[in-house]
Design a protein around this ligand. Structure first.
Ligand code: DGL
Length: 267
């Protein structure tokens, strides 16, 4: 039997969005235990300042490290853009995996040369995003939307709700009218809205959810660092939250053990 490192992988997001990433990790790596932290008491992060998001991310990282996590997945584009660099500086010995809008694969996939990016305001305004655009989007036209108010609707469990559909129309129709044929989900909450209604987004429009690529990156890093769990290890899933969650069963099939952590609630 192979020996391994059976400590959990820590995964966090402002809320339940990062469960789209946790699901992809558990699908690819069924022996890995996960500790997920949803900062549901302080969601959304999108409109917050870089400093606030960085401070929250450091606080959650400390929490996950106190729970013996061997790797931290920042399953939030907004927290990655604001704070990943500072987390890596603060904990140089810890492997961190971050998220970023999949501009590169979108620029490669588009046939019309027009790409849509759905992300939070904080991500779109970040230096990291500007760098992505400089590197990969020089030859394509990018239409961004900060999707204000969409994350709270998803957190409230209103996936097929008329308010959500209405907002999706307002976000997507103008992009599609510009001939966008590839849409990047640059926030981990948005995959829960898939499939987009056919009367809004035509079926030949490509939608890019980066979660499977991030899960593959987690697998590679664990392998390179000899941190893979043993093949006999029975994975456990612990879900910590700093505020209420509308309906967790809506979002994941994993057997999460749910723990409220109200003392994290400061801001
Ligand atoms: N899920 C997050 C992301 O990937 C942030 C959403 C929010 O809190 O505004 O960007």
């Amino acid at each position: 039997m192979s020996s391994g490192n059976n400590n959990p992988i820590g995964v966090f997001d402002s809320g339940i969005g990062g469960l789209s990433v946790a699901n992809a990790i558990s699908g690819l790596l069924p022996n890995e235990s996960l500790i997920y932290f949803a900062d549901t008491g302080r969601v959304p992060y999108g409109p917050r300042s870089r400093k606030e998001i960085t401070d929250f991310s450091a606080e959650i990282t400390q929490f996950l490290l106190d729970h013996q996590c061997k790797m931290i997945v920042v399953a939030c584009n907004t927290a990655t853009a604001a704070g990943l660099e500072s987390l890596r500086k603060q904990w140089p010995e810890i492997p961190f995996i971050g998220m970023e809008p999949a501009v590169k694969p979108a620029a490669e996939a588009t046939r019309s040369g027009k790409v849509g990016v759905l992300a939070t305001l904080s991500t779109i305004r970040s230096e990291r995003y500007a760098e992505l655009m400089r590197r990969y989007a020089a030859n394509v036209q990018v239409f961004e939307n900060p999707c204000i108010g969409l994350v709270p609707l998803i957190e409230a469990g209103k996936l097929n709700h008329p308010d959500t559909i209405e907002q999706l129309k307002e976000i997507l129709i103008p992009m599609l009218q510009e001939d966008v044929d590839t849409i990047v989900l640059g926030c981990t909450h948005y995959p829960f809205l898939l499939p987009f209604p056919k009367d809004i987004v035509p079926s030949d429009c490509k939608i890019i959810d980066p979660a499977p690529a991030v899960a593959r990156q987690v697998a590679r890093r664990l392998g390179n660092l000899a941190l893979v769990a043993s093949s006999a290890h029975q994975a456990e899933y612990h879900f910590y939250r700093s505020g209420a969650v509308a309906d967790l069963s809506l979002f994941t099939k994993l057997p999460w053990q749910i723990h409220p952590v109200m003392e994290m609630l400061k801001g």
